[in-house]
Design a protein around this ligand. Structure first.
Ligand SMILES: Nc1nc2c(ncn2[C@@H]2O[C@H](COP(=O)(O)OP(=O)(O)O)[C@@H](O)[C@H]2O)c(=O)[nH]1
Ligand SMILES: [Mg+2]
Length: 203
């Protein structure tokens, strides 16, 4: 069985549902109560990709540092993919996605100079009172180099697994197009199994 290790970042304003997304994806749960994360949360999910391949996803939830907008470089180091999330009922969180994407692109790059694959998620689509239209999300997504965008509801488990599969698919296709003989193309991120269940604090 071949295993691919992928560090994936989850960024976006506070309260948009990033931690809930990771919790739903990894543990299959949704809690209504708001618990602000402190530090950085790591979670690991192993995805069976095909008969011969599995993907070990290391999900980095920025955990309460959203107010700093610009994340430290160390946070982005080694990331192969990213989720930028906003709350579809909060237009300010949508407007900030530009900054999140720019911050990501300023600090990460594939060996061929391209941006790392990034997906845009319009979360909380179960709620009434949408503040952002599908047309404007679509336009923004195309103009800012996202792989694609999707509506999600972590609450109703809509498009959670699907969006991650789409991102992983893109990462695998990008990685297979890179020259494997160049040492910088090898994935060097490695976390010990002690991080497997999440909750580790970091710088
Ligand atoms: N209605 C609804 N509420 C959500 C959804 N996703 C997250 N929430 C709620 O939004 C709040 C903030 O979620 P959280 O994951 O802590 O946001 P974070 O600050 O981005 O990590 C919590 O009360 C969640 O229960 C969703 O899809 N629908
Ligand atoms: Mg959080």
């Amino acid at each position: 069985m071949e295993e691919h290790l992928m560090k994936i970042l989850i960024v976006g304003d506070g309260n948009v549902g990033k931690s809930a997304f990771v919790n739903r994806y990894v543990n299959g749960q949704f809690n209504k109560t708001y618990k602000m994360t402190v530090g950085v949360d790591f979670s690991v999910k192993v995805l069976k990709w095909s008969e011969k391949e599995q993907v070990r996803l290391q999900l980095w939830d920025i955990a309460g540092q959203e107010r700093f907008i610009s994340m430290t470089r160390i946070y982005y180091k080694g990331a192969l993919g990213c989720v930028v999330m906003f709350d579809v009922t909060e237009s300010s969180s949508f407007l900030k996605c530009r900054h999140w994407k720019q911050d990501l692109d300023n600090k990460t790059m594939l060996p061929n100079g391209e941006s790392i694959p990034c997906i845009l998620l319009a979360n909380k689509c179960d709620l009434p009172g949408r503040a952002v239209s599908a047309d404007s999300i679509d336009e923004f997504s195309k103009a800012n180099g996202f792989v694609t965008w999707m509506e999600t509801s972590v609450k109703e488990n809509k498009n959670v697994g699907e969006s991650m599969r789409r991102l992983v698919q893109e990462i695998l296709s990008v990685q297979s197009g890179l020259d494997p003989l160049r040492p910088q193309n090898q994935v060097t991120v490695n976390l010990d199994s002690e991080f497997n269940s999440g909750g580790a604090g970091c710088c």
